[in-house]
Design a binder for this molecule. Sequence first.
Ligand SMILES: [Zn+2]
Ligand SMILES: [Zn+2]
Length: 303
Amino acid sequence: MEWYRQPKAPTVLGHEVSGSVVAIGSGVEGVREGDRITATHHVPCLVCRYCLSGRETVCEMLRRTRFDPGGYAEYIRVPAVNVERGVLKLPEEVSDDTGSLLEPLGCALRGQRKAGVEAGQSMLIVGGGIAGCLHLLAARAHGVGPIFVSDIRDARRRFAADLGADEVLDARADVPGAVESALGHGVDRVIVCTGARGAIDQAVGSVDRGGTVLFFAPMRPDETYEVPFNEIFWRHDVTLTSSYGASLADLTLALELTSTRRINVDSLVTHRLPLGEIQKGFEMMLEGDESLKIVVDPRLDRA
Ligand SMILES: [Zn+2]
Ligand SMILES: [Zn+2]
């Protein structure tokens, strides 16, 4: 997503965080020094027409709120409104790693709710990176199955199989054909976790009649997708939808599901680096072969 990041430079990126409270501003209630917390960078106003109808992630205020300076820092300042509406205390049984994964897990849970994901449905997850794996874990916790995961990378398919995917597919092969021969029809739900052009064709080709495709990753801003209108909507009654971000309710659900061990996200962390080596972390993600989630831990810089 360099097209998104480059125009923002110089900036401090990062929004999936956990940490300990070291100082508190005046008038802050409900949080104490020493508390282990996660905080979300984007918080909604709760009173606009979008917030009042459950569409908090398209709230104007959500787009403006952020940390100071950003998650990739030793210390961050959490604005008052974020403290009020976007901070969760981590119970003892929830690790710091899990705390930093609650925001992306909350995004996945919101997306699945929006796509009407239910127990007993079949699912294809296109793209086995961290988003795909979070969707896989969330879907398993909901009783979804069988679950197919497709990816072009060998290591990613191995991760997905280890995490409980019923079948992993090479994304370069005929994915709709593989789904059809396994089930005798398409899948009920498809979740697209990559912006790659071919992925959309696979997704649309794999969804069953009356099914839903959830788009969970952006495309390049100059790219478009032409919808075969009669095929998709008129004849097959397929729903194409998307989801972006998470609300505090989604984060709270993510905390509930991880603290009760219904979902274990710690297993997604493959590497841990000090902040001083963050560049190496980005390079590892680009190569992407053995890394799924890399935690950047400023405590390692001091060790
Ligand atoms: Zn709002
Ligand atoms: Zn995120």
